[in-house]
Design a protein around this ligand. Structure first.
Ligand code: ATP
Ligand code: LTN
Length: 327
């Protein structure tokens, strides 16, 4: 029996290199080892205001990008969260077992609620309960995510443990799965912030669907420091971020990379970085265009994904209801 992997991605903004290197590429590389479920989390997306048409279009775009990046329908079920009613149902139940204090500690909520210009919704505060439901519904073993989501997976474990201690063995405890390199790709214009879909500044993120010219322009104007030497150094986040992206795309070792750029300047590093990023994204973008041109095929893949996961989700909800005395 293969271990089960579950992960989610929000259909908001533009997918960027942080999403790709921290999450999607790792899902693709490991998919043959696992039983994989990948969910487009549109119910999470509505924790902040969304335009209805854009949201539906983005969900399809993300699905097409996942397949274009190499997710294989025969190894991985890809589905949309709102197509499976059990996510919201279990989230409500878990809500009632999560102390307010646990939620108040979540750093993502603190950051996102500060950024929110209008009202902050209860849903944004409750986001981790829905994420816990996503994971626990499918008896997930492993949750491959970027470093920003580790705290949410830990909360998921905590609520599962708490629940099991009261009601017996209802939930399986999941583990987060993170890469050593690339778990936190930083913004190009501010290397103290993670690259994020919700930041809209022009030079902030490298998006998977950016044209070669856009990629090169963004990399060439990325922030650096005033030192000369090109090397990996945690005290120099800007150059280390560029080198990390280079490392992940080139497959070279850190020593080899530092040797390659010894005595060279930032302009050369940036040119070479732009070359590898553009080269790597070219086939992905070509596959994306083919998939995006065939919406009925995408819908077919989504229906198939949903029908594979639905029975697993229903079984869990039934077990939970029986355990707590509902119905
Ligand atoms: P937002 O910042 O608007 O919340 P996001 O860019 O974090 O969005 P998500 O859809 O929430 O995007 O994340 C999808 C996956 O990408 C998650 O596994 C997340 O951990 C990972 N991820 C997001 N940003 C980065 C980053 N800068 N570096 C590495 N992984 C990341
Ligand atoms: N919160 C995650 C997206 C997400 C997720 C999940 C990831 C929703 N449900 C379940 C892993 C498992 C994010 O913002 N990246």
């Amino acid at each position: 029996m293969k271990k089960r992997v579950f992960s989610g991605i929000q259909p908001t903004g533009n997918l960027h290199l942080g999403n790709y290197l921290g999450a999607i590429r790792r899902w693709v590389d490991a998919q043959s080892q696992y039983d994989n479920l990948f969910c487009i989390v549109d119910l999470h997306a509505i924790t902040v205001p969304q335009d209805p048409r854009a949201l539906r279009a983005k969900s399809r775009e993300v699905v097409a990008l996942l397949f274009a990046a190499g997710i294989e329908p025969d190894q991985s079920a890809v589905f949309i969260q709102s197509h499976i009613g059990a996510h919201a149902e279990l989230a409500w139940i878990l809500n009632c077992y999560i102390p307010m204090g646990w939620m108040q500690r979540m750093t993502q909520f603190k950051e996102k609620s500060q950024r929110q210009k209008g009202q902050v919704s209860v849903g944004l505060f409750d986001y981790p309960a829905l994420m816990a439901a996503d994971i626990l519904l499918y008896e997930t073993d492993l949750v491959p995510v970027g470093g920003d989501q580790k705290q949410h997976v830990e909360l998921t474990r905590d609520v599962a443990q708490h629940f099991n201690s009261v009601y017996g063995d209802v939930f399986k405890l999941p583990e987060p799965l993170m890469g050593e390199v690339g778990a936190r790709i930083m913004s190009l214009d501010n290397p103290t912030k993670k690259m994020s879909k919700s930041e809209t500044g022009k030079g902030h993120a490298l998006n998977l669907l950016d044209t070669p010219d856009e990629i090169r322009a963004k990399i060439m104007s990325a922030t650096t420091d005033s030192l000369r030497e090109i090397r990996f150094d945690p005290d120099r986040p800007a150059v280390t971020n560029l080198l990390t992206i280079y490392e992940l795309f080139s497959g070279l070792s850190r020593t080899a990379i530092e040797q390659r750029f010894a005595g060279k300047g930032y302009a050369e590093l940036k040119q070479e970085l732009a070359d590898v990023v553009i080269e790597h994204l070219k086939p992905l973008q070509a596959r994306y265009r083919v998939l995006a041109d065939d919406p009925s095929h995408l819908d077919h893949l989504l229906t198939e994904g949903a029908s594979r996961v639905q029975p697993i989700a229903e079984k869990t909800v039934t077990r939970v209801k029986v355990a707590i005395g509902l119905g």
